[in-house]
Ligand binder design. Structure first.
Ligand code: FAD
Length: 430
């Protein structure tokens, strides 16, 4: 069989069920990445800011190196998957296409459309718990996270990561270099000297971060206490960008936690990292269950009443985006996001609550801004969390809002974080 494997949010070779299947079935396999117009074209740049673009390009380079080291090669196409893949398949005489199944609606639409045009095989590989190992069907997903977690923990089954050591000789073809001139014109992001961490895309840097944070810094051992931090780079794992682009699989992380527990002992903190990976899974299954509803203003509760929009909503939104609201804690977090592509979980909860409950704006505006800015943007986690906080999602106590002053007092008691990110401009050295 001659086939094509198309990478999307799964930029890795290890623990990759869909790729393993493709390699098993095809005597000749072409590896492809499509720079999709809907994401990469300048007109769609609201979807892709420079920090994530840089991370993805680095991840592709890392993947490219790994593929070449195993005698294969990666092709780059431009446009729309539904057009480019059938064209490429015809050119290369391929009969089958393989993809990792994605959980968010747009990506699933791509799969549906493509399956009408070519022989398509998809396999899931983005979650910690395989959907077939859930103790319920995805359409019966419990309405709250706690119910979900308790059900899955009763009889937890996590599949061992697949070791893909295949030689990729069957994927060899004249190499097309990673093009830069045709890429969307995104200004390369300048590193703000206040950023506490430099993210580099790719499985190798992802594993390096895991090793450092788990084993060298031993930071996982105190994660439950530190996880609500704002300053520095050790309070949380920072693994989210590698998970979002699929450079690391959640199962690889899970089994690394288990190794750590065997070697240095299990505690509440090591469990808590698994707990957070369950949150990620929950939002992925929520996305599968509700499809396009995840992006509707009233989400999964269309019967709940509308909120009124303030007259100056655009002005309020601009102030929020550019860190110019009346709240310094919000401003600091929004500055960090805009100038570094990153914000802590504590910050995200607070700025989202402020946009929804204090400014009275449509939560989707905030979610779209995050989509553009975040280096770790993942449609399921982003829209799932925003919807949750908006009161139209899976929060069992809908409409809860944060007292921002109290939050700043608890999580930034000396004001150091707010001082650090108080300026909306990158400081220049004199
Ligand atoms: P850690 O605290 O070290 O957690 C480990 C991993 O668990 C994370 O990498 C992430 O994969 C997962 N995780 C932790 N908390 C959550 C959560 N609440 N929901 C889903 N997964 C979680 N996370 C994204 O990966 N992409 C997003 O686009 C995104 N948007 C968000 C938007 C809002 C409004 C909020 C409140 C949260 C959002 N999150 C998102 C979740 C969370 O803030 C980040 O996953 C986390 O801050 C990433 O840092 P970390 O890797 O150090 O996390």
């Amino acid at each position: 069989m001659r086939g094509v494997f198309c990478f999307r949010n799964d930029l890795r070779l290890t623990d990759h069920p869909a790729l393993s299947l493709a390699l098993e079935k095809c005597q000749r396999l072409f590896l492809v990445y499509v720079f999709e117009d809907r994401i990469w074209k300048a007109s769609s740049s609201r979807k892709m800011g420079p920090f994530r673009a840089k991370f993805i390009l680095e991840s592709l380079r890392d993947l490219d190196v790994e593929i070449k080291s195993r005698q294969g090669c990666l092709h780059y196409l431009y446009g729309c998957i539904e057009e480019e893949i059938p064209r490429f398949m015809a050119e290369m005489n391929c009969t089958h296409c393989f993809l990792q199944e994605e959980d968010a609606w747009e990506e699933q639409q791509t799969e549906k459309n493509l399956s009408k045009l070519v022989n398509l095989q998809t396999i899931s590989g983005s979650t910690l718990i395989h959907s077939q190992d859930l103790p319920f069907e995805v359409h019966d997903l419990p309405p709250t996270f706690t119910q979900f977690r308790k059900r899955v923990e009763e009889n937890l089954k996590i599949r061992e990561p697949l070791r893909t050591n295949h030689n990729l000789q069957s994927c060899k073809n004249p190499q097309k270099a990673l093009p830069s001139s045709d890429l969307p014109k995104l200004n390369p992001p300048a590193l703000d000297p206040r950023s506490s961490f430099l993210f580099t895309g790719g499985s190798v840097p992802g594993r390096l971060r895991m090793t450092q944070w788990f084993w060298e810094e031993n930071a996982i051992g105190t994660y439950k206490i530190t996880r609500n931090g704002l300053l520095g780079s050790t309070f949380s794992s920072r693994l989210s960008p590698w998970l979002a682009q699929g450079c690391l699989s959640p199962r690889e992380i899970f089994f690394e936690i288990k190794n750590y527990e065997k070697s240095r002992g299990a505690n509440e903190s090591t469990y808590w990292l698994i707990f957070e990976l369950f949150w990620r899974d929950y939002f992925h299954f929520v996305a599968r269950k509700y499809g396009a509803q995840l992006f509707h203003r009233k989400g999964i509760h269309p019967q709940r009443p509308n909120r009124n929009e303030p007259k100056d909503s655009h002005e309020r939104f601009d102030k929020w985006k550019f860190g110019a609201t009346e709240n310094q804690f919000v401003n600091a977090n929004m500055n960090e996001l805009r100038l570094s592509g990153w914000m802590s979980n504590r910050g995200r909860q607070n700025v989202a609550s402020y946009l929804i409950h204090d400014l009275g704006l449509d939560w989707r505006w905030g979610a779209e801004w995050f989509e553009r800015q975040l280096i770790d943007f993942d449609p399921c986690s982003n829209y799932g969390n925003w919807l949750y906080l908006s009161g139209y999602g899976n929060d069992p106590r809908p409409g809860r809002s944060f007292n921002l002053n109290k939050q700043a007092e608890i999580y930034d008691p000396t004001g150091e974080y707010q001082r650090l990110w108080s300026s909306a401009n990158t400081p220049t050295s004199s």
